[in-house]
Design a protein around this ligand. Sequence first.
Ligand SMILES: [Mn+2]
Length: 509
Amino acid sequence: MRLSDLERFHKITIQCHDNPDADTLASGYGLYCYFKKKGKQARLIYSGRNRIQKSNLRLMLEKLNLPVEYVPVEEAADSREELLITVDCQYGAGNVTQIEAAHIAVIDHHQPETEAGEWAEIRSDLGSCSTLVWKLLLEEGFEISDEEGLGTALYYGLYSDTNQFAEIHNPLDMDMRDALPVDNSLITLFRNSNISLKELEIAGIALIRYSYNDDYEFAVIKANPCDPNILGLISDFLLQVDAIKTCVVFNETGDGYKFSVRSCVREVNASELAVYLAQGMGSGGGHYEKAGGFISLRRYEEKYPTLHTEGYFNNRMTEYFDSFDLIYAQQYEAHPEDMKLYVMRRLPTGYVKAARILPVGTPVTIRTSKGDMDMTVEDDLYIMIDIQGRIYPRRHKEFTEEYEPLEQSYDKAEFLNRAEYAPVIKNRENGKNLLLTDYAKLCVPRNEIYIYAKELEKGVKVFTLREKDAYMSGRVGDYLAVRRDDLHDVYVVERDIFAKSYDRADGAD
Ligand SMILES: [Mn+2]
C-alpha cells in the first residue's frame, strides 16, 4: 500500500493504540502531517480507559505540539468515520478501541494479528512503526529534512521502541535514525523523564524475583506490566551481577510478551538468542550484547496452551544452550577421515575498488543486512560483496593473488541472492549514501580451493581464525568446513550456499 492510495478519501481519522506510546504518537503524527499537506480533513486520536499520563509523553505532546485528541470509549462507540487508519496497532486487535468506519487502513510493525483488509501495510521486521511511516513518506516524496518537529517525534518513536536504539536491527531503522532532522535537547529532556516512581518500584520488585540457572549462568525475570523501556533497564542492571552471563527480562503487554535479552559473553550473541526465543511466534533481534523481541499472545497460546511464560522462557533458554557445540579454530582438530573432499566452484563475485568511488582518506560506514562496518577509504582497499549482500575487505595484494577481474558487468538481480537490503556505503564526512552494488564489478577466484566438509547433525558456533570476538552459527543441515591446506581454518557454510558453491572432488556425487 502507498499513502497516495488513501488520498481518495477526504475525512481521515488516524487512531493510535490505547495507552499510547511514543511510537504510535509519532507514527500518527507523521500521517497527520502528510494528509494535512494534501488538504485533507485529518484528525489524530486515541481512545481507551486512560488518558496519557507518562511525563515523557506529556512533554512530547507539549513540546512538539502534537494535535492528538482523546476520545473517551463511550464517545468512540458512537462514532462513525469515513476512513480510519490505525497506527502501530491493528484494527480489531485487543489493544485498540474499535471505532466504526466505512473504510479501514492499517499501518503497523507488529506481528499480523487480524485478517488484513484492502489497505494494510504491516512490516514486522521493523523496530518501530515510525520507521514504516518515514518510509511511506519518502515513497511519496514528502520532504522531511526541514520538519524538525516531525523528525524529532519519529526519532523518539524509534528510540523508545528499541530500548534507546540498543535493540535496533533492521538497516532501514538505522537509515532513518541517521537521516532525520532532530532537536537533541528535546530528546535529552524526554529521555530523562522516562520512568515514574511507580515504575521504579516495579523494577525493584522484578529484581528480587529472578530465577537463575547455574549450569548455563543465565537469569530470567518476569516483570509486572510496565513500560517496555523498563525491561531494558532491569536487564542492563541484572547483567552486572558476576554470576549472570546472559539474561532475559519480559512482561505481558495486552497482545503478547515483550522481552529484552542481554549477554556479556562472546559465546552468546544476544541478537541470535532473541530470534530463537521468539521463533515461530513473533520477532526478535538487536546487537551482540543487547537485543529484544516480541511474542504474540495468540501464537503463544496456540503453541503452548498450558505452559506459563516463566516456564517457557526458562525451558527455551536451556534448550538454546543445549542446542550447540562450541568450536575454537585455534584449538580445533579436524578429522578429515570423517569428512568428504569438495572443491569450490569458481563463481563470479562482486567487488568495488573503494578509491574509485570516494577520495582516499574518507571515513565510511558500510551498512549491510548483517550490520555496520566502519573503515577508511585507502588506495589499496577492495570491498568484496558476497551473494548474501555481506561484504569483506581485501587489500590490493590479497585481491590480485586470490581473484581475477572479469569483463562481464555486475548485475544486482543476478549476484545478490536473498538479500533484502543491498549494501550501502555511507560517507561519514557528508552523510551521503551510495549503493555499493551500483559500482560493483565482477571477478572470479583464481585458484581451486579444496575443503573437507560434513553436514552438521547438531548446531555449532565457530570462532574462526579471522574472527575471535564473534562466532559463526551453523544449524543442523548446514556444513562444517575446513581448508585442506589448513586444518585449523574451520568455518560454517549454510546449506543452500553450500549446494551452490561446492562440488565433490573425489568423483562421487
Ligand atoms: Mn511500536
